[in-house]
Ligand binder design. Structure first.
Ligand code: ATP
Ligand code: MG
Length: 557
C-alpha cells in the first residue's frame, strides 16, 4: 500500500483532485458510453478500466451507458456482448445501466429550450449547402438564410419535424452560435436531423434523432456524470460540449477530459477490417483468438487481471502512441506464472520405449504443481514403459551443444528418471518412428543417484494414459515484417497465423479441464481450453503465449 501512494498521479487524477479541492464537485461519477455497433476491443478495455478505476479510487459511481442515439448501426446482439465483456473485465456498474435512447424526450425538451432562448433554429439548407456555408480553417463561415427565423416559427417547424411532416434531409435543427468562430465545431452545428428510421429500443416513436455532440453532454448531465472522459479526437468538440451544458443551465455541469487512444503496433482493431476478415472466413468470428476484441482475448486465455496490468503499464497520456503486442504477452505471463499448474504436454509426439522398464507396470509420480508456488500443491502423474516425447528432443546426429536425446546420451525425464538413449527405429522414408532407451531405477524423481550429471531435461507423457488433444498455436494475423497494409489497402496477412496440431498428448490430469481453464505446458507455453470448439471427447487447447519473451519493461531494473 505504502508503495502505491508514491506512484505519481496521472493528469486526469490531478484534474479530479483539483475539482474536488475547489468544490466544483463533491463526488466523482464516471461512465463508459459505447455505441452498440460492434464488439469491444483492447482499446475500449482501457477506457472501461480507466473510468471504473477512477470511480473506485474516489469512492464514486460508475455508469454503463449505451450511446444508442444513432439507429442505423445499432444491434441488440452487440448490447449483450458488450455487457458480457465489461462484466468479465470486472467493471461493476451495479444498478447504473442506462440507454441514451431513454433520454430522447429530455433531449427533445432541451432542444425546445434552446429554441425558446433563441439559441437554435430550423435550417432548410441541404447537407451539401451546410458544408459549403461552414467555411474552412482559414475562412469564416457564412450565416444560413434561415438563421433569423422567429422563435415561434422554429418551435412550429421543429414540432412538425418531430411529427414526421418532412422527409429525411429536408430540415435540421442547428445551434445558433457563431459562424465566424475559429473552431469549426462552433459554426452553428447541426443538433437534430430528420431520419425516418426504426430504433432498436424506441421503435418508430421518433423520426428525428439528436447528433452526438448535442446528445452526449445531455446524457452526461442527466446522469450526474462529473468527469466525462473521452479520447483525443473530441478535444476540438469540447467548446461545444461546454456550450450545450451551459445553455441548458444544468446545475452541476459535467466536465469533459480527453486522453490518448491506445493502439497496438501491427494489430488490427478497426471494425471495418475485422468485419471483412469474419465475412471472408479468414478468422473464425469476432472472437477468433488471433484478434484483440475482448471476446477474442478471453477465448485465447487472457485473464481480466492481465488486461488490467497491461492498461496500467500503458498509463494515461495526452499524446497518441502505440505499444507492442509483446507487452500484452508479458502481462499474461506475469499473471499466470505463479497461478497455474505446470503440466506436461507433448505437441509433436514421437514414441520413446524404455526397454528395461517392466511391460505392464505403471507407477504414479508425485509432481509439484508449481515449484515457485508451493500453495498449488502436487498431483499424481503416471509413468510407464511407453512414453511420448517431443520430436525435437531427439536427434539422430546431434548438432554441437545439443544435450537432449541422441544415441549414447543420458537425459533427465522431468520429474521421473534418468534415461539413456540406445537408438531408434525408422520407417521406409527414414522418419524416426520409435526411440529406445534404458532407465536408471535409482534416479527416481529425476535425482542423480551418484552425483553424475546430465545436461538435458525433457518432458514426456505416458502413452497408455495420455489424453489426446488438438492444440492451436497462433502468430500475429498480420505479417509484421511488411506492415499492416498492402499497397492496394488490403491487409497484409501472415499465412502462419494459425497452426493446428491435431495429435498432441497431454498428461491425464488435464482431462477435466473446462472452457477457459488455463495451464502451463512446460517448455511449450500457457494454454487454455477453447470455449467454442473443445469437447470432453475431443479437447482443444489454444496457446495463449509461449514462455520465452524478448520483451523488457522499459523501466525494468
Ligand atoms: P472503434 O471505432 O475503435 O470501435 P469507437 O470510438 O467508435 O471505437 P465507441 O463505442 O464510440 O467506439 O467508444 C466507447 C468509448 O471507448 C469511448 O469513450 C471511446 O473514446 C473509447 N475508446 C474507443 N477506442 C479506444 C481506444 N483505442 N483507446 C482508448 N479508448 C477508446
Ligand atoms: Mg464510435
Amino acid at each position: 500500500m505504502e508503495e502505491k501512494e508514491v506512484v505519481s498521479k496521472n493528469f486526469i487524477e490531478l484534474a479530479i483532485d483539483k475539482d474536488l479541492a475547489e468544490g466544483v464537485y463533491d463526488h466523482v461519477c464516471t461512465r463508459f458510453p459505447p455505441e452498440p455497433n460492434g464488439y469491444l476491443h483492447i482499446g475500449h478495455a482501457k477506457s472501461i478500466l480507466l473510468n471504473y478505476g477512477l470511480a473506485q479510487e474516489y469512492n464514486g459511481e460508475f455508469h454503463m451507458r449505451f450511446d444508442d442515439t444513432n439507429p442505423t448501426k445499432e444491434k441488440v446482439e452487440f448490447v449483450e456482448s458488450i455487457k458480457a465483456d465489461i462484466q468479465w473485465l470486472g467493471a461493476d456498474w451495479k444498478d447504473h445501466l442506462y440507454f441514451a435512447s431513454d433520454y430522447f424526450d429530455q433531449m427533445y425538451e432541451a432542444a425546445v429550450k434552446l429554441i425558446k432562448k433563441g439559441k437554435a433554429f430550423v435550417c432548410d439548407l441541404s447537407a451539401e449547402e451546410i458544408r459549403t456555408y461552414r467555411g474552412t480553417l482559414t475562412e469564416p463561415g457564412k450565416e444560413s438564410p434561415y438563421r433569423n427565423r422567429s422563435v415561434e416559427e422554429n418551435l412550429d417547424l421543429f414540432e412538425r419535424m418531430k411529427n414526421g411532416e418532412f422527409p429525411d434531409g429536408s430540415k435540421v435543427l442547428r445551434a445558433k452560435i457563431d459562424m465566424s468562430a475559429p473552431n469549426i465545431n462552433m459554426r452553428d452545428p447541426v443538433i437534430y436531423r430528420v431520419a425516418h428510421m426504426s430504433h432498436h429500443r424506441t421503435g418508430d416513436k421518433w423520426c428525428i434523432y439528436p447528433m452526438y455532440d448535442f446528445a452526449h453532454p445531455i446524457e452526461d448531465a442527466i446522469e450526474g456524470i462529473t468527469h466525462s472522459i473521452c479520447t483525443l479526437e473530441f478535444e476540438d468538440h469540447r467548446p461545444l460540449y461546454d456550450w450545450v451544458v451551459r445553455e441548458l443551465e444544468y446545475p452541476m455541469p459535467p466536465r469533459q477530459i480527453e486522453f490518448a487512444k491506445l493502439y497496438l503496433t501491427n494489430v488490427v482493431t478497426g471494425k471495418r477490417y475485422i468485419k471483412k476478415l469474419v465475412e471472408e472466413g479468414i478468422v473464425d468470428g469476432w472472437d477468433d483468438p488471433r484478434l484483440v476484441s475482448i471476446a477474442a482475448l478471453r477465448r485465447r486465455g487472457f485473464t481480466p487481471e492481465s488486461i488490467k496490468l497491461f492498461v496500467d503499464l500503458c498509463g494515461v497520456a495526452k499524446a497518441n502512441s502505440s505499444v507492442d503486442y509483446a507487452m500484452l504477452e508479458y502481462c499474461i505471463r506475469e499473471d499466470l506464472k505463479l497461478k497455474r499448474a505446470r503440466t506436461m504436454a507433448v505437441l509433436n509426439p514421437v514414441k520413446l520405449v524404455i526397454d528395461n522398464y517392466p511391460e505392464d507396470q505403471m507407477e504414479m509420480l508425485d509432481v509439484p504443481n508449481n515449484l515457485e508456488n508451493p500453495e498449488l500443491g502436487s498431483r499424481q502423474v503416471p509413468f510407464g514403459r511407453e512414453l511420448y516425447i517431443e520430436q525435437e528432443d531427439f536427434m539422430e546426429e546431434p548438432v554441437r551443444k545439443y544435450f537432449r536425446m541422441f544415441s549414447g546420451n543420458e537425459v533427465r525425464l522431468m520429474n521421473a528418471y534418468f534415461v539413456k538413449c540406445t537408438g531408434c527405429e525408422k520407417d521406409e522414408n527414414g522418419n524416426v518412428t520409435v526411440i529406445h532407451g534404458t532407465y536408471d531405477p535409482d534416479s527416481k524423481g529425476g535425482n542423480s543417484p551418484d552425483g553424475r550429471k546430465v545436461k538435458g531435461t525433457i518432458h514426456w507423457v505416458a502413452a497408455r494414459t495420455a489424453l489426446k488433444a488438438e492444440c492451436r498455436l497462433y502468430e500475429n494475423i498480420i505479417d509484421e515484417s511488411k506492415g499492416v497494409y498492402n499497397e492496394d489497402g488490403s491487409l497484409n496477412l501472415n499465412p502462419n497465423s494459425l497452426t493446428i496440431l491435431k495429435e498432441c498428448y497431454l498428461e491425464p490430469s488435464l482431462k477435466d479441464a473446462k472452457a477457459y481453464d488455463s495451464f502451463q505446458f512446460v517448455r511449450n507455453g500457457f494454454f487454455c481450453v477453447d470455449a467454442k470448439d473443445s469437447t470432453p471427447e475431443a479437447p482443444v487447447f489454444n496457446r495463449i503465449v509461449s514462455l520465452k519473451s524478448s520483451f523488457k519493461l522499459p523501466n525494468a531494473k
